[in-house]
Write a protein of this length. Sequence first.
Length: 309
Amino acid sequence: MKNKSIYIVAATAVVLVLLALFLHTFAPSPLPMPKAYAGPIPSATPPKEVAVFALVAGVNHRVAAFGYRGGSLFERRDFSMAGTLVKHPKGDLLIDTGFGCHIDEQFRTLPFTVRVITFYSLWRPAADQLRDAGYDLKSLRAILLTHSHWDHVSGLPDFPGVPVWVTPQEHEFIRKSGDMDFCKLFTGIRYEEYGFEGGSYLGFPASHDVYGDGSIVVVPAFGHTPGSVITFVTLPNETRYAFVGDVVWQLEGITEREERPWITRRKADTDAEANRENLLRMIALKERLPEMIIVPAHDMRAFAEMPKL
Ligand SMILES: [Zn+2]
Ligand SMILES: [Zn+2]
């Protein structure tokens, strides 16, 4: 009897210690402040038509703690599930799609462990928002994916015939078809690979200047997935945007230098160390260019700073 009590006490102690350790992974733990980016600021000559428009298709109902270390477990926060229209006279781009028309059916294919912690609302898919605004979908040159996770590609089937631009690394990741990816459900998607033929750009080692005028420049930000990218957009009025995908989920990743908590880093990032390097690059860049608008794919506040159609 006495032995049994000792076991119960010991088991309880172990559980409490493990729980304390787990909760500690949500505590603030800011990354060391990197030196501000000191390299050249590349020039851009965007045509006067270049513009960006937010297309928030829905939200995931989360808490702040899900998104970054130091976030409250009790602060409800809706994570945007969105695309961004980038207008350019040589052909418009859609950066990610957010939730598409078929999110309900697609969602059922996600692993149980994801479904059980995910509560979402579909507002209006990007394709419908574009049509509502009288936008001709034929004006879209391509959909440029930050990466291929489910919440970024859900709307791909809503844009039949529009090519999907991916890095070769992300294309390979799509072919391997992980459990957080919907691409395996789609047929007839035309993927087009691009490379990084350009030199270093704002602290990133290489770049791809989409139309050669500096208005839309993609850089490799591999880590969250094997072929993730960041897209910089410069408007004619010199406003700069950085669409960072899921390098961070919430702006506090940059402003408070906080990574995702351990559990989400482990689950969501292919290479969390590499992702941290990209996060540090963005923090260093924000130090140099505080006016740059950084748009994490899931931060509603960032999308609120963008014009709507
Ligand atoms: Zn992701
Ligand atoms: Zn995401």
